[in-house]
Design a binder for this molecule. Sequence first.
Ligand code: ADP
Ligand code: SF4
Length: 690
Amino acid sequence: MARNPRYDVLFEPVRIGPVTTRNRFYAVPHAAGMTNAMPHMRAAFRGMKAEGGWGVVCTGYVSIEPGSDDSPLPFATLWDDDDVRSHALMTEAVHAHGALAGIELWHGGGSVMNRTSRLPTMSPSGTSWMATHVNFMGHQRPRVMDAQDIRLLLDCQAAAARRARQAGFDIVYVYAGMGYLPYEFLLPEWNRRTDAYGGSVANRVRIVRELLEVTHEAVGGKCAIALRISLEELRARPSERAASEAHEVVALLADLPDLWDVKMDSSPTDCPPSRFAPEGSHEPVIDFVKTLTRKPVVGVGRFTSPDTMVGQIRRGVLDLIGAARPSIADPFLPVKIEGGREQDIRECIGCNICISSWHDGVPVRCTQNPTAGEEWRRGWHPERITAAASAAPVLVVGAGPAGLECALSLGRRGYEVTLAEATDEIGGRLRFETRLPGLTAWGRVLDWRRGQIERLTNVNIYRGNLLSAAEILELQAAHVVIATGAHWARLLYSALEIPAGELSGAGVFTPDDIAAGVSLKSPVVLYDFDNYYMGSALAEHLAGSGHKVSYVTPAGHASAWGIMSNEQPQVHRALASAGIALHTLSRVTAFANGAVTLANQFTNEETRLECASLVIVGTRFASDTLHAELMTRAGEFADAGIHSVTRIGDALAPGAIVHAVYSGHRYAEELDAEPAAVPYRRDAPLARQV
Ligand code: ADP
Ligand code: SF4
């Protein structure tokens, strides 16, 4: 198919300093957890985006010297010549598919803790990031940078830029964003200096100017120089000389970088979950940059719609369409638009599981794209899959995320697949969850798979088909896949932090009951020790339906795990604006006579809270009775032609949607393959001189 001429503008080449990108699709720097320790995985992950048509593909953050050590968060290094080869693997993979490779050189300044290098940290005035969440806290305060430290920073940037050029990069970054060192010079809270680097905006911007200059000089005109800068705080600050301090900063540097890469200041606003921010949410902060520079501007906004992308260019907001998440969810997004296949784009759902992977310190995982991070170690490809190794028909029971992904991927391999779903609607847990506040975009997990399955003639979906073990035995499937999901339990939570003690009886509910449409009486107490989105989203939903809601959790925050997915700050705002009272560090221990008893998690001190309906969002168990029933009849499998019965997704081990999709995909990839003791290739750093 030919591409829609409306999208032609997206395929125009753009000159960036001495290099030219083939189109306007720009995979911006983003952490993907693989670091120099997994150079082949990293190269394959980034190379896949180049294969998928991105014009520029960048690294994640790359430290320029050992005093910038973000461990345990996974960062890359370019500290010495031995690091060059590791990065060269990536540039080769990217160049092999005709894209440009960009490298984000980075110094963390006062926001890192140097936990591995154990060197003193540094910042403009000895200020450090005082995060209130434990995974970002640290106890070492930075030293105040003196003239020698400033020289060190500039020299390390220049040396890293020279190595970047040696490694084959086409675009080299100066990174002045997200609380990192050059950004710290820009804001007076971080920068209280009285020398030429502090005070006026022109002074505060000096270090960025010098970093740009030394980088230019180091690459000898061979690479483009990009400036990545956070503008959210600066834009909010009035200036006597311009519309805001952000305007002043951009005007002062105007044409010095070859490319402006503009962004927000903190991960929750830069990379907000779709639950709280729409596509293109940066625009009000970055929309002015193009009016002050002649150089191209790239920015992000979870762009997945080509019409929105064209709009950004036509309206003069951006020159290049930046993407981190959309390029993870669908590395082939540009190729699909190019081929007139927009409907095939596997759109990012904005769940931020990818970001949680970085916070977890592991290689990237994606809810929509189970092959992300698995390109090298498992040989998975987002668009291609090995042909079927047999003609064995497969029955998949349950059309939730696991069953849908499994049926689709088996269908792509060429297997004859029957997908049976008990209810009249496919989607499993998504049927209800996508109706919760902010979760509509998660419906893309279902929509994309439904659309793809509809094109396959070898996958047939049977809705309204609640299968029993006896029926399965009659269906003559060689392989039976049980994807029947999970259910929520009415268990409470013990002082040992283990689910224990069932609370049944009138007025006690789980999310399954709400999904089934029960009506609750107010006041409602929502008791959450699942700690992910369900508790807070359900609380919002119930408050939105007119209930008086209190939210109780043994954790210190609402949706405590949401700090990992950038949700937590907005969760607290959403609960507050919905008038939901918050009770943290509290366990529900009893429910009687119109009230629940709460015990403080640490002191056990008891209080009572008025309650007509208690909703427990605690733990889930696999809905595996069908599997158990089937296994009691294993003796009949041979006569029924059944070679295997396998549970996948929540029916095996309840998890988030990302786990279910991955489980379904892995089953499909591995059917008829020889099982291996270690199921994937293990990457290793390239040998260095020791
Ligand atoms: P997962 O996240 O693992 O995909 P879900 O709970 O989202 O799990 O989906 C499980 C699906 O399985 C639900 O749509 C449910 O209706 C369906 N299901 C459960 N039992 C049966 C059965 N016996 N026959 C057919 N479908 C079933
Ligand atoms: Fe998008 Fe979620 Fe995938 Fe991240 S994990 S790229 S937010 S779908």
